[in-house]
Design a protein around this ligand. Sequence first.
Ligand code: ZN
Length: 433
Amino acid sequence: MTTADVVIEGGSVWVGPGELHADGLVHIQAGTVVYAGPRGGEQVPTGTPRINAVGCTVLPGLIDAHVHLTTNSDHSRVVPSDVFRGQVSNPGKLLHGLRNAHRALASGFTTLRVMGHRGVGEIELRDFIDEGLTIGPRLLVSPWWITMTNGHGDLFYPPYTRRERWDTADGVEECRKLVRIQAKAGADFIKVMASGGMSKGEQPHWPNYSVAELTTIVDTAHDLDLRVAAHALSADGIRRSLASGVDSIEHGSYLDEETAAEMAEKGTFLVPTMSFNDWCQREGTSRGLSPQAVADLSDAHERTIESFGLAREAGVTVAMGTDSSGTLCPFGAHARELELYVKHGMSSEEALATATTNAALMLDRPELGSLSIGSVGDAVVVEGNVLTEIGHLTQRSNLRHIVRAGRDITAHVREATAVLGLDDAVQTDPGDS
Ligand SMILES: [Zn+2]
């Protein structure tokens, strides 16, 4: 028997939307779910390690579908993101990324969709974790973002900064080539900047890329079985992204009824990333943001909430993403996003679906995000009834067990959390939910 076998018994087992077993049992063998259902429905081999989940909710491992992994992980130091980008070496960034990964895992998030930072080594970290050489969440990585000259992401760097070949791509030929370069580098998906953002020198209403360029990116990616995530804030950026056939709209702050209807019709996912702006509203000033920046982000936050409502009315599928990015929206507080979804109209179960089955669907990884037979053996055991009170998930003390690929890693995670202070920044009281 390998150590990737475990049985979780008692408690409410939430297999996925619509399937709850009040006195349930989950059996994971060799890292894969072989049974999830009522207790007594399965003969578990003697000697299998057992987790008692009485009084708890048992959930599939959670997915955060929008994070910036290799960002500042040291919450005791306020480091503006441009300073971090410009002054920390690539190996230094990767070490922070590993620490951020541990923060996520300790909060029950066993899969992260990593939006990519060029040359930092996130692909290598993904493989290192997959091979079992270190403990971490499963990473799905875009090697770096695809952006045009003067586009979002290019403007993170001041004009005097030396830019390298393929930091940007302009015109259909370069766009096609860059997708293929990223595929060869080991991409799990492609991230493209399809509108301006909130960084210095740009406007969120700017579209980035023409429909022809976006279509080339999408078609080339789809030929290689890669999905495309489009950063798109403005209605124009969203419209062009939809016309080109992208698979998800990230942020989508300026969605309108027309674009929401088009997303629903095409099956395009929305990743709202409310946490980032929410965090900046609450903590931005103490984290070095100017009053103007906080006011701008407050506007964006209101608009994101409006878009979220429009998307839900139109029937758009939402996948959870936080935009966790170090100093301003620290790793480990991921479940806050679910709390915000509930605050703005979702039931707890709908919110859970965004971080499990919906996200898995978006990632085209059906083995993730559920406890049904054949799924990966990732599970979280949370004290209390998460289906009536999503807030249970946000309190670290409620997380009784974290199971990753059939291994109960709780002791390891607890020790790392205590020794490395991974809980700082996570347990602040939002005070409004
Ligand atoms: Zn982002």
